[in-house]
Ligand binder design. Structure first.
Ligand code: FMN
Ligand code: SF4
Ligand code: SF4
Length: 299
């Protein structure tokens, strides 16, 4: 049996999740898994050869990234083909729940079979930097959610995702990220007192939105920015200013694999962090714990 995971990642969190899902499906001998990172291809892939398709993306302003949605819209699922949505983002705010509506509409239109949508939690790549112990706590949640995904897949579950028009309207309004990206990219700037001209930002932009202007010897940002934050997040000298969002910038890779393996981290961050933002998490964690117990701790 063959599975294809189609994904987009701005700053590698989704890639980390995709590798975890792939590893698990293969360990369980459920599927041989191929992955397709859509920013390295514009080729429309033929889905006919696959028994299961997994769609994985980071949530941007309560929506999928534009590049991802466009790519999926142009695909053709097989009738009754199994599909899973494995999205991920920085927090479990309920407004994120509607991010997949248009993808679900597409899956339905092609008469494919949606198994379920799973919302994994990974660190913010914008707003503020998550501490390692908090990431560890999110990993504990993600591991349980992945167990649930595998269980529901093995047992041939299929769920109807409830459509909430108010949430859908919210996602629609926040499609403004698309216009926001265009406007904000006019304000992206390089601080040349820090820039070492490594050209990493230019090579890695998924939209080819950054160029080096030979004449002025300056780095220029065009207006088709996706707001993926890859350039500013990965700049080795933190030289990229991201316009209106500068105070929300996060710079520097998260060492996700190291955090995952580090057993000294207790993953008990939420015990001592109870401000309004962190209050968002326990409800979602408890919900998943409850479902986990229902599936795995039946006695
Ligand atoms: C422009 C932008 C908008 C975002 N909007 C949301 C959001 O609405 N909800 C959320 O929980 N996280 C949001 N995030 C955080 C990302 O979803 C999160 O950090 C994710 O793990 C990044 O994944 P990646 O490394 O694969 O790009 C946003 C990030 C960016 C860059
Ligand atoms: S990644 Fe940073 S240091 Fe490298 S060229 Fe771009 S702005 Fe300059
Ligand atoms: S300019 Fe930067 S934030 Fe915009 S799409 Fe390119 S890498 Fe992403």
């Amino acid at each position: 049996m063959k599975c294809l995971i189609i994904y987009f990642t701005g700053t590698n969190n989704t890639k980390f999740l995709v590798n975890k899902i792939k590893e698990r499906l293969e360990q369980e001998n459920l599927y041989f898994v191929e992955t397709l990172n859509i920013d390295s291809t514009s080729i429309k892939i033929d889905l006919d050869n696959f028994d299961l398709i997994i769609l994985s993306y980071p949530i941007y302003a309560f929506n999928p990234p534009v590049i991802f949605e466009k790519y999926i819209k142009n695909l053709k699922f097989k009738i009754n083909q199994k599909v899973i949505i494995a999205k991920q983002s920085g927090e479990p705010l309920f407004l994120n729940n509607s991010s997949s509506y248009r993808l679900i509409k597409k899956i339905k239109k092609d008469k494919a079979k949606l198994i379920n949508e799973y919302h994994f939690l990974l660190p913010y790549n914008i707003h503020f930097r998550y501490e390692d112990n908090f990431i560890k706590e999110l990993f504990n949640y993600d591991k349980k959610l992945l167990d649930i995904l595998i269980y529901e897949l093995k047992n041939n579950y299929s769920f109807k995702i409830k459509y909430n028009p108010l949430l859908a309207l919210n996602s629609f309004i926040f499609k403004i990220q698309r216009i926001g990206g265009v406007i904000n990219s006019y304000f992206f700037r390089v601080d040349y007192s820090k820039c070492i001209m490594c050209q990493k930002c230019i090579k890695n932009c998924p939209m080819k939105n950054i160029i080096f202007d030979q004449k002025s010897k300056k780095i220029i940002f065009h207006s088709h920015c996706l707001m993926c934050m890859r350039c500013s997040f990965n700049c080795p000298t933190n030289a990229i200013k991201i316009g209106f969002l500068e105070s929300w910038k996060v710079n520097g890779e998260y060492k996700l694999s190291e955090i995952d393996k580090n057993d000294e981290l207790k993953g008990d961050y939420l015990l001592t962090h109870k401000t309004n933002f962190f209050k968002l998490f326990p409800k979602q964690i408890n919900k998943i714990n409850k479902l986990y117990d229902k599936y795995f701790n039946k006695n």
